[in-house]
Design a binder for this molecule. Sequence first.
Ligand SMILES: Cc1cc2nc3c(=O)[nH]c(=O)nc-3n(C[C@H](O)[C@H](O)[C@H](O)COP(=O)(O)OP(=O)(O)OC[C@H]3O[C@@H](n4cnc5c(N)ncnc54)[C@H](O)[C@@H]3O)c2cc1C
Length: 391
Amino acid sequence: MADPYDLLAIDSLLSENEKSLRASVRAFVDAEIRPHIADWYERAVFPVELVPRLAELGLLGMHIQGFGCAGRSAVEYGLAAAELEAGDSGLRTFVSVQGSLAMSAIAKHGSEQQKSDWLPRMAAGKVIGCFGLTEPGSGSDPGSMSTFARRDGNDWVITGTKRWIGLATIAHLAVIWAQTDAGGSPSGIRGFLVPTDTTGFTATPIAPKLSMRASIQCDIVLDEVRVPADALLPGAEGLRGPFSCLNEARYGIAWGVLGAARDSYRAALEYSLTREPFGKPLAAFQLTQQKLVDMALEIEKGFLLALHLGRLKDAGDLQPHQISVGKLNNTRVAIQIARDARAMLGGNGITLDFSPLRHANNLESVRTYEGTDEVHTLVLGQAITGIAAFR
Ligand SMILES: Cc1cc2nc3c(=O)[nH]c(=O)nc-3n(C[C@H](O)[C@H](O)[C@H](O)COP(=O)(O)OP(=O)(O)OC[C@H]3O[C@@H](n4cnc5c(N)ncnc54)[C@H](O)[C@@H]3O)c2cc1C
């Protein structure tokens, strides 16, 4: 019999280092996430006590070179994201927000001083970061943001609101994107490093949620938040600043969601081999085999796509529209697999004893954040036709 989780022997395309990293993250998820995730999800708790363990595993800012970060490859980062998301999207989201968004913003656009001040502590899990781009009235179109930073002597004073900001209530540092005075210098959208204990900064969790329950997202109010001149990220001007970080996170999602898909498929396969409607295993019915085969094919193709993107990224050749292919396709595939797996579990599938409906609910968020299905479709529509149809 073939390996139902690796029909195409995709493992043969991975190096020993890649497989060993994957094994260590998988063991961590099996030991420290799986036994507790249903309870965390039900109680809507993010297990903040796991942050030091994620740091010990070298998963925080793992693709960043230097400053205490693990300096792992893009493929290794992707494999880790898939294993974490097989546990729960909320845990992978933590690693994405910390590493791909907050730490990447500093690593890509920060001064040497900012990098050495923040990155080592963030890699060690001692400082948690968040990334404030979205606003109540500005999501898919972040260029329309209204948060504003005005220059006042040597300081910047930031006023506005942000919404859906992951980790903000437990974060020590917020990367805040704001419009700046076009008449001044510098102008346009800029990023600021704002310690969350700065006067005028307030974060409130968004609740109750039906998705990403083992994860924190918040509303933020910035009421005349005063930061010094050196809080500005010098290397980020305009939307290219936040977009370069979003590309890192979107790349991780193209892998991560396949973990949720694989875990859903595993639940459906195991259940179908033991459940016996009409006197024989569910897996013995042709209709069931069709469903399982469809899941396995999409997961295999999804991993090949993610691996290809990872190899391109490690070679320095990955283009933004190619990331859209991975994010759009693999999230779409994963949510369908999670839903189909839920249906195969019958009534039991709606309990927290099984993972597929939890994954499907989480994936509703994943298809919305880091560019919705529609936004990535429009990115690809433009790539194919040369015509932008965003507005
Ligand atoms: C769990 C979760 C975590 C998040 N974490 C963060 C975070 O850490 N930091 C952060 O800054 N943001 C975060 N977000 C915000 C997320 O990025 C936004 O929700 C997302 O960009 C969509 O914005 P919106 O919710 O305002 O929806 P809108 O932009 O209002 O979109 C509503 C609908 O309209 C569609 N639409 C929009 N424009 C077009 C168009 N041109 N053509 C056709 N359809 C269109 C969208 O696809 C969507 O279906 C998070 C969101 C969630 C749910």
